[in-house]
Design a protein around this ligand. Structure first.
Ligand SMILES: Nc1nc2c(c(=O)[nH]1)N[C@H]1C(S)=C(S)[C@@H](COP(=O)(O)OP(=O)(O)OC[C@H]3O[C@@H](n4cnc5c(=O)[nH]c(N)nc54)[C@H](O)[C@@H]3O)O[C@H]1N2
Ligand SMILES: Nc1nc2c(c(=O)[nH]1)N[C@H]1C(S)=C(S)[C@@H](COP(=O)(O)OP(=O)(O)OC[C@H]3O[C@@H](n4cnc5c(=O)[nH]c(N)nc54)[C@H](O)[C@@H]3O)O[C@H]1N2
Ligand code: SF4
Ligand SMILES: [Mo]
Length: 885
């Protein structure tokens, strides 16, 4: 397509504007208010994800390619039959915060309005549900009152359960820029030390799950310090007394809060004092708050403190739930959660059901909420739900207790999955529908600050891939609902969605974008990003609630009494440690896109289990050693990473790796499915586990053209130029004699007729193998026994072996020589591709004294800045080494 196309990043909820340029490159949109030209490492690498080689290209039914017509007819027929035999609640959709608003609107309308069940839930249940529930309890609606500028205008920013530097990097960069300009104080509340806490003024390494106690204690302190804004509260809120007396019960004094949170009274007092005395305070919170069996109470404990001080909706102050996915917010607007209706209307509010029914002309509107994600997959497993459509999410990896979820999927009579790539979920589907992905479809997304931006198409979808809204509407038509699903473009869907938001609204619902309801196709195409609310005929898009006007019956906000309780499952003698899970800087969820980009795999290339040094000693594991983690739900073998950033008794494993990328599989194998009683959000950050060392017998490195998944060894893989490099770790002793050749043959998995090269060095307990086809390397294997006196080559240095052909004469050298190539340079700054060795050399060689000097010399850290904490650490270590030498 011609010209530069303005679109929006498909990853996190910051919602950065992106320019797709005609030469195929991607850069930040300087005119977009969310990022003003900046992008993080993931956004900067978007062009590298636009590779069609592994995409799903055609509908597939029971493993066989099918036409769209046949596949859609089958889906519609099976749904109709299932409804006829078992009723509407025997069908469910499981969708995603990565659907565009238009996709989401159509899915919700089909399920709630026309199939007539509430059974549509979304991966936002694992992500934002506690914030949604907390907002509704306090404000009467799911509204984030603040805007991004607040982080720049604040004097104190409190980050609770948020690793902003890695998970919302561009927003973090905006905060850091404001800090250098005006000295904003930053407090981080997180059990772990993170890239975010590294630069904070105060890091409260709180005991897992203790946030309610911390914020209840803060409410008590605000009262004692006379920091409560009594006039504002009297005018705009109710329930302070009840909330305060519950707070006094659950967090009576500093000593008590200290004992529950594991923090010192002095650090708690410092935080309380800063909060009480700083009017311009923003509290940002994310998954450390939401993904908890007390998630909703954590949210309300925070909101209580902002309501008490009247610090809401004014510049530089407010509670700020930052959304994870690019369209987490949009999904909440259309009613994508099982307990919402549509356009912020509710099952439990008089009049809403009738209103939606009339607007949609829906014969069989659902009258009660449907199943929430964890319950939903349980219902599938128990056979109550008999047909399921999964769209833009990978629950076989991302749900807790994934073994149960996979069992549910494999026993469900009819599973449809729409995705762009093959995943562990598509592997369990009866019908796989190829979805058009980012850059291939049109629609809108809403970011954390309620800003609606266009995603625009700039390339052709590969094969027969089609947008999700189209598939849904086609199935609806084939089920007999043609009139209600007659749109011919996403613009038409958007107009209906915008119209519904204003329908009989009259100021009762905050979510109102009726000003956009009459957008022509051309206006939709050109739509500049806008923040809601945008009611027809009125200004909008500002902060909300500064002057009350909450969307409750009496216009007042509610304080919610919250009592601290520990995580649902606590460590015991069998499972003595607590497993925490979360994100890494350069990976996105189950890695279907970022795991295919070599440079995004160089920051962290394999999953690890992070332990405190104390636990490492207790467990007798060294850095890089193998450990087995067990929970009541499953087990996994991982490499240990030892870091003082971990609290003793806790272990952290990233959520990203799946069976596609590592032998350990998804951490969801271990994670428990205990949920918050109000939001239904699972406790993904606190599962009791047991860790034990695993003796390593041999180590290996496998270079392969194909994405093989070896069995019987521990492995993880990274993509390199024309293939993959796998790190192997053998848990069984190396077999003697011919057994070793058999092991090698199994791992090398060579095509028929391949040439076999072998170089054994039994004295040093090292072996090398290669297979070639027509002079081209197919696979190489390097094995050293644990007691070997030699090492393995660097994985990255092997990539070149897959390029070109190897001449006859050079074949012996293939195994002997090339393997000692330069050590791989672990990437620190992904934006400019600067590695640790380059940084160290420059720090010493050019006498660079601070991060600014490094930025000026190498560019490193000057784009998104999310590597700055690591650059500062490397600077400190390198200079310390130099001084010591
Ligand atoms: N690089 C990257 N960025 C992403 C994503 C990604 O996959 N990769 N995903 C996006 C999505 S969907 C989401 S939801 C966001 C998530 O963004 P974040 O919520 O910032 O990310 P997490 O790493 O899941 O969790 C944040 C922190 O919560 C802490 N935590 C654990 N238990 C507790 C507790 O009891 N109390 C407190 N206070 N903290 C606790 C963890 O130690 C962790 O550091 O990131 C978005 N951005
Ligand atoms: N243990 C643990 N588990 C977690 C979390 C955690 O912190 N710890 N975090 C939870 C959270 S907050 C989240 S948000 C979830 C995320 O979990 P998932 O939603 O399962 O993760 P993704 O890998 O983002 O899956 C999105 C899928 O949609 C596909 N896709 C991309 N674009 C499109 C499109 O346009 N159409 C279609 N049809 N498909 C598309 C991708 O290829 C991918 O397979 O994980 C949750 N699970
Ligand atoms: S911060 Fe990074 S991942 Fe998030 S929207 Fe911006 S570029 Fe995309
Ligand atoms: Mo999320």
């Amino acid at each position: 397509m011609n010209g530069t196309v303005r679109t929006t990043c498909p990853y996190c909820g910051v919602g950065c504007g992106v320019l797709a340029q005609p030469d195929g490159t991607i850069k930040g949109d300087p005119a977009h208010p969310a990022n003003r030209g900046r992008l993080c490492s993931k956004g900067s690498a978007l062009a590298e994800t636009l590779d069609d080689s592994e995409r799903l290209l055609h509908p597939v039914v029971e493993g066989t390619r099918a036409s769209w017509d046949a596949a859609l007819n089958l889906v519609a027929m099976r749904f109709r039959e299932t409804i006829a035999a078992h009723g509407p609640d025997s069908i469910a959709f499981y969708v995603s915060g990565q659907c565009l608003t238009e996709d989401y609107y159509v899915a919700n309308k089909l399920m709630k309005g026309f199939i007539g069940s509430g059974n549509i839930d979304t991966n936002s249940r694992l992500c934002m549900a506690s914030s949604v529930a907390g907002h509704i309890r306090a404000f009467g609606a799911d509204v984030v009152p603040g805007v991004y500028e607040d982080l720049e205008e604040a004097e104190l920013v409190v980050l609770v359960g948020s690793n902003l530097a890695w998970c919302h990097p561009v927003l973090h960069a905006r905060l850091q820029a404001a800090r250098s300009a005006r000295g904003t104080r930053v407090v981080v509340v997180d059990p772990r030390g993170t890239a975010t806490s590294e630069s904070a003024d105060l890091h409260l390494a709180i005991a897992p799950g203790a946030d309610v106690a911390l914020f209840a204690g803060l409410l008590v302190h605000l009262d004692a310090a006379a920091a409560i804004d009594r006039a504002w509260v009297a005018a705009h809120a109710t329930g302070l007394d009840e909330a305060l007396s519950m707070a006094q019960e659950t967090a009576p004094d500093l000593a008590h809060v200290a004992s529950v949170t594991g923090l010192s009274p002095a650090e708690i007092a410092r935080f309380y004092e800063w909060f009480a005395t700083t009017e311009r305070t923003v509290t940002v919170y994310s998954q450390g708050v939401n993904q908890s069996s007390a998630g909703t109470d954590k949210v309300n404990a925070i909101l209580n403190c902002h309501l008490a001080t009247g610090r809401i909706g004014r510049p530089g102050m407010g509670p700020f739930s930052v959304t994870g996915q690019p369209n987490a917010m949009g999904g909440r607007e259309v009613g994508g959660l099982a307990n919402q209706l549509a356009a912020h209307m509710r099952f439990d509010r008089p009049g809403d059901l009738d209103r939606v029914r009339r607007f949609w002309n829906a014969p069989t509107l659902a009258t009660h909420p449907g199943l929430k994600a964890v319950e939903l997959f349980e219902a599938v497993r128990e056979g109550r739900v008999k047909a399921l459509w999964i769209i833009a999410t990978n629950p076989a990896d991302s749900m807790p207790q994934v073994a149960r979820v996979r069992r549910a999927l494999s026993t469900c009579p009819f599973v449809v999955v729409s995705d762009c790539w093959p995943t562990d979920t598509t592997a369990l589907a009866h019908v796989v529908l190829p979805a058009a992905g980012w850059g291939e479809k049109d629609g809108t997304v809403t970011n954390s600050e309620r800003r609606i931006s266009r995603q625009r198409r700039f390339r052709e979808p590969p094969g027969e891939a089609r947008p999700d809204w189209w598939m849904l509407a086609e199935v609806a038509r084939r089920m007999g609902f043609a009139d209600a699903f007659a749109w011919n473009s996403p613009a038409a869907v958007f107009r209906e969605h915008a119209t519904l938001s204003g329908f009989e609204n009259g100021g009762t619902r905050s979510f109102d974008i009726s000003a956009l309801a009459a957008s022509t196709d051309a206006e939709y195409e050109a739509l500049e990003s806008v923040r809601w609310p945008r009611p027809a005929g009125a200004a909008g898009g500002d902060r909300l609630f500064a002057h009350g006007n909450f969307p409750t019956a009496d216009g007042r906000a509610r304080f919610v009494p919250t009592r601290w309780r520990p995580p649902a499952r606590l460590p015991d003698a069998t499972f003595p440690m607590l497993l925490n899970t979360g994100r890494m800087r350069d990976q996105w969820h189950t890695m279907t896109r970022t795991g295919r980009v070599p440079r995004l795999m160089t920051h962290v290339g394999a999953p690890t289990a992070a332990f405190s040094p104390q636990d490492a000693v207790r467990l007798d594991v060294a850095e890089g050693a193998l450990v087995r983690l067990r929970s009541p739900h499953g087990e996994a073998v991982l490499r240990a990473a030892i870091t003082p950033a971990q609290r003793p008794g806790e272990v952290f494993v990233p959520m990203h790796w799946t069976d596609t990328f590592a032998g350990s599989g998804p951490v969801g194998r271990l994670v428990s499915a205990a949920t918050d009683p109000i939001s239904g959000q699972p406790e993904l950050k606190a599962t009791p586990v047991r860790a034990e060392p695993v003796r390593l017998q041999w180590r290996g490195l496998l270079l392969h053209r194909r994405a093989v998944r070896p069995e019987g060894v521990h492995w993880s893989r990274v993509p390199v130029g024309a293939g993959h490099v796998l790190e192997l770790a053998g848990l069984e002793p190396l077999p003697p004699g011919a057994g070793l050749g058999e092991l090698a043959a199994r791992l090398l998995d060579a095509p028929r007729g391949a040439e076999w090269l072998e170089l054994a060095d039994p004295a040093r307990r090292a072996w090398r193998f290669a297979t070639l086809l027509a002079g081209r390397v197919e696979s190489c294997l390097f094995i050293v026994a644990e007691d070997s006196s030699t090492g393995l080559p660097q994985g990255a240095s092997l990539a070149a072996l897959l390029e070109g052909t190897v001449a006859e004469a050079a074949r012996s050298g293939l195994l002997a020589g090339r393997t000692t190539a330069a050590a791989a340079d672990r990437t620190i700054c992904a934006c400019f591709g600067v590695g640790i060795a380059t940084l160290r050399a420059a720090i010493l060689g050019r006498r660079l004294m601070d991060a600014e000097a490094i930025g000026a010399a190498l560019g490193a850290g000057t784009n998104c800045g999310s590597c700055l904490p690591e650059i500062r650490e490397i600077l400190r270590d390198t200079r310390a080494d130099a001084t010591a030498a």
